[in-house]
Ligand binder design. Sequence first.
Ligand SMILES: [Zn+2]
Length: 249
Amino acid sequence: MKRALLIVGAVLVVLFGVFFATVGSAFVGLKEAADGPVAPGVQLVRDGYVNVFFIDVEGGVAMIDCGNDPEAKAVLAALKARSLDASAVKAIFLTHGHPDHTAGCSRFTAPVYAFEGDKGIAEGTVPANGPLPKMMGVQKGKTTKVTNLLVEGATVTVGNEAITAWNIPGHTQGSAAYLARGVLFFGDSAAGQSDGKLRPAPWVFSDDLDQCKASLTSLAAKVPAGVTRLAFAHSGFLEGADALSSFGK
Ligand SMILES: [Zn+2]
């Protein structure tokens, strides 16, 4: 009996070890993210382990994702530091529907943009498909409402700023990349490594890693010249666009 318990215990220890090593490895070797400017008119706001971005627009900001905090404390504090409040957020662009990017959305009344493929995940009506997100099931009690569906390659104008969206399925089916003020935003579909290279989404959180890689390769051919920075949801940004154009080569 005692021996059986020891074996069960050992198996559990190994399983937990593999689990934490798998999840942890998704974040090892990434460039560290810090609050502050990413490019002229683009600010990174760190909400725990996830990044939210402000894009300056006429009369306020457009926001890339809403962060992990249902009260959006870090985001509201960053607005306050600029003598702004929640009403200064003119539009929200979701990179995808996972809860750590959407939890704060209900604190704002701005229109919420996303691709159709992630509307249900963002609104908590369907579960996400990645190995780990699937285990967590439908994110019940979510109050995010996607008000505007994005069109592939189309540009949305917020105030005086143009924000272009591309669907890059793989991390989730509705994952988006956005280009605004020369910065290309990837959400979780990629991360910046400390060696300057682009890393695709971690498979354990993703629908389909091969699809994600193919999306990144085809995105490189779609974005216009003039990208100055690559920005990610869980790492620091990368300078220039070389890490994208050389991805997979
Ligand atoms: Zn995600």
